[in-house]
Design a protein around this ligand. Structure first.
Ligand code: ADP
Ligand code: MG
Length: 255
């Protein structure tokens, strides 16, 4: 639908830390049902932008809207409720089974918030059954079906990254933020995760914004790429366009 509003619009966002301009007037538009990659050298501001989008970090100026709704200045739990889910560069899982971890994603959909444990899901018995069924469905979707009742400590690194993905998907987000989804994975795990991300986008009708260094992966799964350098957006386009952009080449080669 070409008339649909963009999933995410970041306009002129600036974040200043003591002496450092981490983001300097960044603009970014993520279109519905698309995979958008955010790339840039170390220190370019990628994680800071994710922190702004998830409400962990407050922008000094500029605005963020999700499907036309203002997110600027909202608290993290409110942003999650409005439809932004994220995974982290370093895995953050709780103890317990895959099921328990994935179910945590459901808390955002319930008024109780994050306080209850996975076993004490709020709501009626019937609601709890619906949450569990959805968690199982999503676990199966990302390839964790037969591991659903296994403690996460027993899983491989690649599977634990999948648990994080499943937990985020359980929030039924409009926008999914993935911070280096294949970092630390071997080639086989990377290929498997790339296929999963592609399937998620096609089947669940959400947009994905991901930070990634693996250019091969970006070429395969991203519709658009935005390049940050020293807190500024220096290029946006298809992966092919961005790869040829002289300013991008300069930023990466440091000349
Ligand atoms: P990237 O994720 O692209 O590597 P970051 O967003 O982590 O970049 O960092 C952007 C800039 O902001 C860097 O110069 C970094 O040192 C600085 N920075 C990030 N977070 C903080 C913070 N909490 N306090 C001070 N400076 C920070
Ligand atoms: Mg980072």
């Amino acid at each position: 639908d070409p008339g649909a509003p963009p999933t995410l619009v970041v306009r002129d966002v600036t974040v200043r830390f003591a002496g450092v301009l981490a983001l300097d007037g960044v603009d970014l538009t993520v279109r519905p049902d698309s995979v958008h990659a955010l790339i840039g050298p170390n220190g370019a501001g990628k994680s800071t932008l994710f922190n702004v989008l998830s409400g962990v970090c407050r922008a000094d100026s500029g605005s963020v809207t999700l499907a036309g709704r203002e997110l600027t200045g909202c608290a993290p739990h409110r942003i999650a409720e409005l439809g932004v889910a994220r995974t982290f560069q370093n895995i953050v899982l709780t103890r317990g089974t895959v099921a328990q971890n994935v179910l945590l994603g459901r808390h955002v959909l319930t008024r109780g918030g994050f306080v209850a444990t996975a076993l004490g899901l709020p709501g009626t018995r019937r609601e709890q059954r619906i949450h569990l069924a959805r968690a199982r469905e999503i676990a199966e979707f990302v390839g964790l079906g037969r591991l659903f009742d296994i403690p996460v400590d027993l899983l491989s690194y690649g599977d634990r990254k999948r648990v994080e993905l499943a937990r985020a998907l359980c929030m039924e987000p409009t926008l999914l933020l993935l911070d280096e989804p294949v970092a630390g994975m071997n080639a086989a795990e990377r290929a498997r995760m790339a296929a999963t991300i592609g399937r998620v986008r096609a089947a669940l009708g959400l947009s994905i914004l991901l930070v990634e260094h693996d250019m091969g992966l970006i070429m395969r799964i991203a519709d658009e790429v935005t390049v940050l350098d020293f807190g500024r957006g220096i290029a946006t386009g298809t992966p092919r366009e961005v790869q040829r952009d002289p300013e991008v080449i300069r930023a990466y080669l440091g000349t």
